[in-house]
Design a protein around this ligand. Sequence first.
Ligand SMILES: [Zn+2]
Length: 415
Amino acid sequence: MPESQSGPVIYAAGTLMPVSSPPIQDGAVLVREGRIEAVGPLSEVGRENPDAEVRFFPNYTMTPGAVNAHAHLGFRHEDAPEGGAFSGWLGRLIERLPEKEAWTAEAASESAREAVEAGTTYMAESSPYGECLPQLAESGMAGTVFAEFFPHEIGTPEQAVEFIVGKACGLQEGLPERVDARVSVHSPYTVDPESARLAARRTREMGWRLAIHLSESPEEVEFIRDGTGGLADIFGSNEWGGVGVSPVRYARGVELLAPETIAAHLATGVSEEDMEVLLQTGVAAAHCPRSNEFLGCGVSPVPRMIERGIRVGMGTDGLWSSPSMNLFEETLFAVELHSLSGAAGLQLATLGGARSLGIEAETGTIEVGKWADLALVEISPGEGDPEREVIEAAAGGGGVATVVAGDVIYNRLGG
Ligand SMILES: [Zn+2]
C-alpha cells in the first residue's frame, strides 16, 4: 500500500467490523479525501465506484482504529519504578524526573510508534506542560495532548491557570489538522482546590475538554477524606485534604465534573452515590485496568458504570505503570476482568473512547461521513465470538496496517 492516496480508494477486508452495524463479509469502505463515503459489501461498493482503486485483504479483519482515551507517552519499558502502593511508586517516579528529561522525547516517539503499530488512530495524551505534543503530532495519529500543570511550581492559582491556558494556546500553533492541545488538572492531590476550580471554569469557557485523574488509589481516597496517608506529603505537604468526602464528591465541589471532563481511572472507592454524581454531571471515564492492577488500585466498576449510562473508554496509561501501549491488549484485559463479550470490548476500544472524548461524530466507528480511521488485523474470525478473536489477535501483535483519515501511517504488509 502506498503511504497516502489522492483519488478515491476502497479498503476492503474478508471481515469488516464497523462497530456501529453488524460485521460484513468481504466488506468495503470507500474513502475520499480522508472521509468515509460508503460502507457495504465489496461487490456493491466496487460496482458503484468503478474508478476507485481497490485494496482488498481477504484473510484479514478491518475495524475502526483504536481510540486511546488516557495515555502518557513519555515513559519507556525499561527501568519502571516497582509497583505496589501508589504513593511509593509516585514518589520514586518524582525522584527520577530530573534524569528522565534526557530520554523523555525518545520514549515518547517509541511509545507512539508502539501505539500506531497496534492499530491506534486517536490518542488522548497527558504530559507535564504538554511536553509530548511533538511526538504525538509526528506519529500520524490524531489526538489531543492535555498539558498537566503543577500550581506549586508556578505561583498563585490565578497565575498558574493563566500560565497553563496560555501554554496550551501556544502549543496549538502549527499543528496537524486533527491534533490539538488542552489542559489537564492532574489530580486531587497535586492541584489545590482553587487552581482546580479556576482551571475548570477557564477551560469550559473556552469550550475545551478537560482531563483529570480521579479516584485512582486507596491513598487518594484517604487523603481527600481524612487528610492523611502517603499522598498528603507529595510535593512537600498538601493541606487541602481531609474534607470527609469521596474524591468524586470533592471533584464535584471544585467544579471539575462536567460533560467536557474525562476522568481517568475511577478505580478505587467509587460508590453507587459517586456513580450518581458522575451521571448527573455527565463526566466520562477512561478505564486503565492494567495500571490499576500494577499499582494496587482495585477494580473500576465499569460494567455498572456502563449500565448506568456513564460514557467509558479505554486507556493504556503509560509504560511505567502498564506493560504496553497496545489498546487492544488493554481491552482484552478488561474483557477478561469484567467477563464482557467481544462485541462490548471492541465497542469500548473504539466508539466508547470516541464518545468519552466527545468525538464520536468524527471517529470511533466505520460510518459514512466520519474520518477513515481504520485498523487491519491478521485474523479470519470464526463463528463463536468473532469480535473477541479480533481483539485477541490485535492484542497479540496482529495489527498489520493502520489508516488515519485515509492515509496509511503503518503498513507491515508492504506493497
Ligand atoms: Zn494517567
